[in-house]
Ligand binder design. Structure first.
Ligand code: FE2
Length: 199
């Protein structure tokens, strides 16, 4: 289940209903989904999409998503860090970013128009819908793996558009900070260690 952290307030929310309520206030959808049938670890993308078809079909209809796929990121992937670098700086997209996590973990930082930056650590069973235009950034946890269903209105719209605000530097996790000069870095380390269970 997801964990929502508000680093500037040193606050953590761990209950699904409260996470959904908090995120709803800033326009983000959070849900927990269960597979409609047993899925083996070796399940193919087609089997995975079939197992979650009831939820996917409902969301497609609601959000105008036309395609869904399964992305599988592993530590062995070539150019993994270069790929992750694209998403580690604050950006937004021309379309919604919709992810349902099948396994592994990741951390979405969301920078709402009003209110503090939040970090949402997602894992198996979590659906996060980040609407178009929302400022955010993403990173994997230390285990460097995640498997997720993605939904698209138009895959071409998913190119990151960078804000170049630099705000993400304040919220870098300890493992990605090479020169920890940020004010309060010791305190922040305490909270970012809690973001990823294996981090
Ligand atoms: Fe993104």
């Amino acid at each position: 289940m997801a964990v929502l952290t508000i680093p500037d307030k040193q606050q953590t929310i761990g209950e699904a209903e409260k996470i959904a309520a908090y995120l709803s206030q800033i326009g983000i959808t959070y849900e927990q989904w269960e597979s409609s049938m047993p899925l083996a670890d070796s399940a193919t993308p087609a089997e995975i999409l079939a197992a979650y078809a009831p939820q996917l079909d409902a969301l497609k209809q609601k959000g105008g998503y036309i395609t869904a796929d399964v992305i599988d990121i592993t530590p062995q992937m070539a150019n993994l860090e270069a790929m992750l670098d694209k998403f580690r700086d604050e950006h937004w997209h021309d379309e919604d970013e919709v992810r349902f996590i099948l396994s592994g973990q990741g951390v979405f930082h969301i920078h709402p128009k009003t209110g503090p930056v939040i970090a949402v650590t997602v894992e198996a069973g979590d659906l996060l819908l980040v609407p178009t235009g929302t400022h955010h950034w993403f990173d994997l946890c230390a285990d460097r793996q995640i498997r997720a269903i993605r939904l698209f209105q138009d895959p071409a719209g998913w190119t990151p558009i960078y804000t170049q605000s630099g705000i993400e530097q304040k919220y870098k996790s300890p493992r990605t900070v090479t020169t920890p000069t940020a004010v309060g870095s010791a305190l922040y380390r305490f909270f970012t260690y809690a973001l990823c269970r294996f981090g």
